[in-house]
Design a protein around this ligand. Structure first.
Ligand SMILES: C=C(O[C@H]1C=CC=C(C(=O)O)[C@@H]1O)C(=O)O
Length: 379
C-alpha cells in the first residue's frame, strides 16, 4: 500500500503538478495534498482552506495549494533499501559529500556578517538578529528518496516535500511550530538557543543562549497579549532536534474566531528567525545577507483543514460511548532545516541568533552543526 501512495506522488510530480507530502512530529501518518492544475494561488485571507507556503519576507505573497485531493497512509515504515546518494560539493567537485562549510571563503564571509551584526547591536540598532547563509551542493538525488530519508531520520520533526512547478521544490525537517490552532485553542512556541546533543537531554545552558531564547519568549507574549485571551506559558525545557538541542517554551491561549490573520501577522517573523526589534533586524538582514532567503524561515502547513477526532466518554448510564467530532485545524511550522532542489543543485539554509554575547567563531560552528540535518540525508 505505501508503494501506491508514493507512486501517486511520483505520478503527480511527473505531471509537473503542485503537491505537498508531509508527516507531523511523532505521527506515523503521512499525508499528501494534490492540486489538480498548475495554477499559482496566492493566499488572500486566513479563512481560506488548503496548505500554505509563506516566504520569510512578509511583504511577499503566501502560496496556497488548493486541497483538490487528499491522500494518507498510516503506519508508515521506512523501506529497508533506502539508498545513499550521489552528492558532492559544487565548489570543489568532490564526490564524497565532504563538509562544504570548511570552505574558507564562505566561513570568512559569514564571520564578517556576524561581526557586522554584533557591531550594530553595540550601537543599539537592535538587540538580536538572526543571520544565515546558503550552502550550495551538487545533488542528483531523487527528491522522494530524500523525503523518505527525512521520515526515517527525524521522527520528532515536521518532515515535508513541497512542489509547485512555478515556484520550486523544497524539503525540510523542522523542529519549530509557528502556531497550532484547534478551533479557538492556540499553541505556539519560543524555540531558540542551540548546542550539540552530547548524550544528555539535560545539559547546562550558557547565559547567551538563555537570554537569546528569553528574548523570543518575551516578544511572543508581548505580541500576542492584545490578540489572545488566557495567555500562558510553560516552563522552559530542552528539546532535541536530530543531533541538536534547543530551548523551548510553549505558549498557549484562546483566539477569537476570525482573528488568525492578526495572530500570524503579530508572530511572523519571530526573533527566532529575524530579530528584535523586528523592523531594524529585518532591514539589516535584507541589506547584509548576500542571498535571498525565499521560503527559508518562512512558514508552511495546513490551514483550516477539518480533522476528525474519535472521542470516548462515560455516559450517564456509565457505558462507554464514542463520538466523532470535527475540529477545524491549522498547523503551521517555521521553515527551518530545509533545502531547495534546483536542477542538479541542492541549496541548504542555516542560520543562528546573534546577540551582544555572540562569539563569531562559535556562531559559525553552530551553522555548521545545523547543516548536518540536511547533509546527513544527502549522503
Ligand atoms: C535559524 C535557525 O534556527 C533557529 C531556531 C532554533 C535555534 C536557533 C538558534 O539557536 O539560533 C534559531 O533561532 C536555523 O536552523 O537556521
Amino acid at each position: 500500500m505505501p508503494l501506491d501512495f508514493f507512486e501517486s506522488i511520483n505520478t503527480q510530480y511527473g505531471k509537473r503538478l503542485p503537491f505537498v507530502v508531509y508527516r507531523k512530529p511523532q505521527e506515523d501518518k503521512v499525508k499528501a495534498i494534490f492540486q489538480t492544475d498548475d495554477r499559482l494561488h496566492h493566499l488572500k485571507k486566513f479563512s481560506e482552506t488548503g496548505f500554505i507556503f509563506a516566504p520569510f519576507d512578509a511583504r511577499h505573497s503566501t502560496i496556497l495549494l488548493a486541497p483538490d485531493e487528499f491522500l494518507e497512509i498510516s503506519g508508515y515504515e521506512q523501506p529497508a533499501n533506502t539508498t545513499k546518494r550521489d552528492v558532492a560539493l559544487s565548489t570543489s567537485g568532490r564526490e564524497d559529500g565532504a563538509m562544504p562549510m570548511s570552505d574558507k571563503k564562505e566561513k570568512a564571509s559569514h564571520i564578517h556578517l556576524i561581526e557586522k551584526g554584533i557591531s550594530e547591536i553595540t550601537k543599539g540598532t537592535f538587540k538580536k538578529v538572526v543571520l544565515s547563509r546558503q550552502i550550495e551542493m551538487r545533488s542528483t538525488a531523487l527528491p522522494l528518496d530524500l523525503f523518505q530519508n527525512l521520515l526515517a531520520n527525524y521522527p520528532n520533526a515536521f518532515c515535508y516535500f513541497w512542489y509547485h512547478p512555478k515556484v520550486g521544490l523544497w524539503l525540510g525537517a523542522t523542529p519549530e511550530i509557528l502556531l497550532m490552532l484547534r478551533n479557538r485553542q492556540l499553541t505556539t512556541m519560543s524555540l531558540a538557543g542551540t548546542q550539540k546533543y552530547a548524550g544528555t537531554e539535560n545539559p547546562k545552558w550558557g547565559h547567551k543562549e538563555l537570554e537569546e531564547q528569553q528574548l523570543v519568549t518575551d516578544y511572543i507574549t508581548d505580541a500576542l497579549k492584545d490578540q489572545v485571551d488566557q495567555l500562558s506559558k510553560t516552563k522552559t525545557e530542552t528539546v532535541r532536534a536530530g543531533e541538536l538541542l534547543h530551548l523551548r517554551t510553549k505558549i498557549t491561549g484562546l483566539v477569537e474566531k476570525g482573528n488568525l490573520d492578526a495572530v500570524v501577522k503579530a508572530l511572523h517573523p519571530t526573533p527566532a528567525v529575524c530579530g528584535m526589534p523586528k523592523k531594524n533586524a529585518h532591514d539589516f538582514i535584507m541589506d547584509n545577507e548576500n542571498y535571498d532567503r525565499e521560503f527559508y524561515t518562512g512558514f508552511l502547513g495546513e490551514l483550516n483543514l477539518k480533522t476528525c477526532k474519535q472521542r470516548s466518554f462515560r455516559g450517564r448510564n456509565q457505558e462507554n460511548q464514542a463520538y466523532r467530532s470535527v475540529v477545524n485545524t491549522t498547523t503551521l511550522y517555521v521553515n527551518l532545516r530545509c533545502m531547495q532542489l534546483k536542477n542538479d543543485k541542492a541549496y541548504l539554509y542555516v542560520g543562528g541568533g546573534i546577540t551582544k554575547d555572540s562569539d563569531p567563531e562559535r556562531e559559525w560552528e553552530e551553522t555548521v552543526a545545523k547543516s548536518s540535518t540536511m547533509l546527513s540525508i544527502l549522503g
